[in-house]
Ligand binder design. Structure first.
Ligand SMILES: NC(=O)c1ccc[n+]([C@@H]2O[C@H](COP(=O)([O-])OP(=O)(O)OC[C@H]3O[C@@H](n4cnc5c(N)ncnc54)[C@H](O)[C@@H]3O)[C@@H](O)[C@H]2O)c1
Length: 276
């Protein structure tokens, strides 16, 4: 049976773990040809070799930092040259991080760090993919009179759509992603490129583990328990959100099922109160 993304070329950032990794596995299962990128080489290489051994699709891993324009350009160029004949079909911007502090304790460096990774990183990747998505679509139209569907999927957060204490930097970066998503949707609709965002609620990954000494990310145990309790009492009657729950929605936005949907932000929180 044909996969939903059979033969499509997809770039996924932040693919070494969590939501990015789950998306990479689901896309591979659906027949996509993958370029995976992440800051952390070890976990990225592991993810690439697991996908290679489990699925019969092409997978390339490139270590890179989304805050670095040159890294982003290298990723997109390699994907289009080695997998896509000059074109990229799907870009999923998952790379992201937290550095939570109350605003009166947040330094300018804390603020800039998060805006830079989450928001500027997403911008850098879209900009670097532009020749292989927008320009490729334009060329296709000139040659054939038709343009196939392409898609950009960004990751916002319920923090971005509702705000969250101790996350001024993160919430601003994730709301920025909403503005970026809606703007790209308007600019690229003409080229049959959809651009949508997923706003996850609480998903069990490294980012939401109990914060360890010396690490930027993670959340205090007490706060984690409050969220879990709220989820249990107000959300869907099932276990906490997992990376696959988000990957499935990313697949929807990457596939033909959403070919007439653009500029949208979909909250995926299992009904956690305050988010719907
Ligand atoms: N887990 C949640 O509850 C939750 C909720 C809302 C939004 N999100 C968003 O989902 C996305 C994925 O997060 P996750 O929960 O899977 O976390 P995660 O830590 O498991 O995965 C994030 C990945 O991004 C990579 N990364 C970080 N900075 C990078 C950089 N500068 N360049 C390239 N790669 C970089 C990390 O190495 C990591 O592998 C993030 O954008 C996050 O903000 C997560």
């Amino acid at each position: 049976m044909q996969g939903m993304l059979e033969g499509k070329v997809a770039v996924i950032t932040g693919a070494a773990r969590g939501i990015g990794q789950a998306t990479a596995f689901l896309f591979a299962k659906e027949g996509a040809r993958l370029l995976l990128t992440d800051l952390d080489k070890g976990p990225l290489d592991e993810c690439v070799s697991k996908i290679k051994s489990e699925f019969k699709t092409d997978v390339i891993g490139i270590q890179g930092n989304v805050t670095n324009e040159k890294d982003c350009e290298k990723v997109m160029k390699t994907a289009s040259e080695k997998l896509g004949n000059g074109s990229i079909d799907i870009l999923v911007n998952v790379a992201g991080i937290t550095k939570d502090k109350f605003i009166h304790k947040m330094t300018l460096d804390d603020w800039n760090f998060i805006i830079n990774v989450n928001l500027t990183g997403t911008f850098n990747c879209i900009k670097a993919a532009s020749p292989f998505m927008r320009d490729a679509a334009k060329l296709e139209e000139e040659k054939t009179g038709k343009i196939k569907m392409r898609s950009v999927i960004n990751i916002s957060s319920i923090s971005g759509t509702t705000g969250n204490a101790a996350q001024a930097n993160y919430a601003a970066s994730k709301m920025g992603i909403v503005g970026l998503t809606k703007t790209v949707a308007k600019e690229w609709a003409r080229f049959n490129i959809t651009c949508n965002a997923v706003a996850p609620g609480y998903i069990e990954t490294r980012l939401t583990q109990v914060r360890k000494e010396g690490e930027d990310f993670g959340i205090p145990e007490k706060q984690r328990q409050i969220i879990m309790q709220l989820q249990k009492e107000t959300g869907l009657a099932r276990e906490a959100g997992q990376s696959d729950d988000i990957a499935k929605v990313i697949l929807f936005f990457a596939s033909d099922l959403s070919s007439f949907v653009t500029g949208q932000v979909l909250t995926v929180s299992g009904g956690l109160i305050g988010t719907i």
